[in-house]
Ligand binder design. Structure first.
Ligand code: LMR
Length: 394
């Protein structure tokens, strides 16, 4: 039977991680996978996470199963972080998921049950795993224009024109903040226009929010998601704790389905819980428990927020110094957009050949579409990158 399997095309982010690990040259720079690194190149366990783990070790007396939808306290704490009081609790159905990817996958499975003929609209470009999961589940897919290669900003007219083609029963996948891979984000007035369009077409938004706190701040980064959820009758939201709690390998996420009212919400919850049972039964608990402890405890929460703010501002400072260094190295302002983008990533606007030259000649690793993980830089490597970009002639 297994002889009928065909090789799968490798995910480009995972392939680059492997190439980087195999490169034995001195001084290579990893701007590939989206992982936060300090100036010394480490991805630390956040202080509040470590403290919560210590407390948990002392107080936890059992590892018996939680609920099929995960610990309700986790759902309440994380949905509150994302949504604040934007929607009434009885409109919410929640399930703990293995990471943001698990939440996206589960949301798409729910969509497939609700409407197998749905077309899922994705931004051009988007995180490569979005189209991959959509294809894997056999759902139809369409792209909407998003990034303008020329300005390195948003092609808002193109976006609005394309999304006008989405119908009731379709799903529009949106990045709640810190767009991956481009770093270019809609303004709140632009979001309001997108919401009005969604209302008109009747299409359902699926919001992927994986970088809350990495852009303009925790509340600011959740503002668009809150506006969407409070304005429209239904919204699906996939949240990840990998980045903002730095608990990548714990793979902690939450799927939130906002329905029209309590009756619908009950049926949605029942379907989500059923999907958990089919896919993995109980979601992993360790990361979810740490997040709950941090969010529920004033001291831990304050320390986590302070450290997250250090992470956010250090990425902003890197953006500004890279834009400055590029002005020095190239004598041009054309990379000024880097300081305006938000989140971990920016798309540099280099050709695949130039990206390859950066890797082969300069030991600088970025994704083939020229997505850079800004958090992979530090004060020493910013000028190195700027000089290499100038040398390659990008
Ligand atoms: C990324 O885009 O680099 C991260 O979201 C990690 C991943 O799973 O791809």
């Amino acid at each position: 039977m297994l002889e009928h399997l065909n090789p799968q095309s490798e995910d480009k982010i995972m392939a680059l991680m492997k190439l980087y690990r195999e490169d034995t040259r001195e001084g290579t720079v990893d701007l590939g996978v989206g992982v936060y690194k300090t100036a010394t190149g480490v991805t630390p366990i956040m202080r509040a996470v470590k403290a919560a783990e210590q407390q948990l070790w002392n107080v936890q007396t059992t590892k018996v199963y939680t609920g099929l939808a995960g610990d309700p306290a986790f759902g309440a704490a994380l949905s509150n972080l994302v949504l604040g009081d934007a929607v009434a609790a009885d409109r919410l159905a929640l399930t703990g998921q293995p990471g943001g990817t698990g939440a996206i996958h589960q949301a798409l499975e729910l969509i497939k049950i609700a409407n197998p003929d749905a077309t899922v609209w994705i931004s051009a470009p988007t995180w490569p795993n979005h189209p991959s999961i959509i294809r894997h589940l056999g759902l139809a897919m369409a792209e909407y224009r998003y990034f303008d290669d020329e300005s390195r900003g948003i092609d808002f007219d193109g976006l609005m024109t394309d999304l006008a083609g989405a119908k009731r029963g379709d799903v529009v996948l949106l990045h709640g903040c810190c767009h991956n891979p481009t770093g270019a984000n809609l303004t709140l007035p632009e979001w309001a226009e997108v919401i009005a369009l969604l209302e008109k077409t009747g299409a359902t938004p699926l919001v992927d929010i994986a970088y809350q706190g990495f852009g303009d701040g925790l509340d600011e980064d959740a503002a668009a998601t809150r506006l969407i959820a409070s304005s429209l009758p239904e919204t699906l939201i996939a949240a990840s704790c990998s980045k903002n709690f730095g608990i990548y390998r714990e793979h902690t996420g939450l799927l939130m389905a906002v329905s029209d009212g309590a009756a619908q919400s009950g049926v949605t919850q029942q379907n989500l819980t059923h999907l958990n049972r089919q896919n993995f039964s109980f979601p992993p608990d360790h990361g979810a428990r740490l997040v709950t402890m941090i969010l529920e405890d004033d001291t831990l929460r304050a320390d986590w927020m302070a450290e997250l703010e250090e992470v956010r501002t250090s990425m902003l400072a890197l953006r500004e110094s890279l834009a400055r260094e590029l002005r020095r190295a190239t004598g041009s302002d054309r990379f000024g957009f880097l300081a305006d983008h938000r989140g971990m990533f920016s798309r540099l606007g280099a050709s695949p050949e130039q990206v390859e030259e950066l890797r082969v000649k300069h030991g600088i690793y970025m994704i083939g579409d020229s997505r850079m993980n800004i958090a992979g830089l530090n004060a020493d490597t910013v000028p190195v990158l700027a000089d290499a970009i100038a040398a390659v002639g990008i």
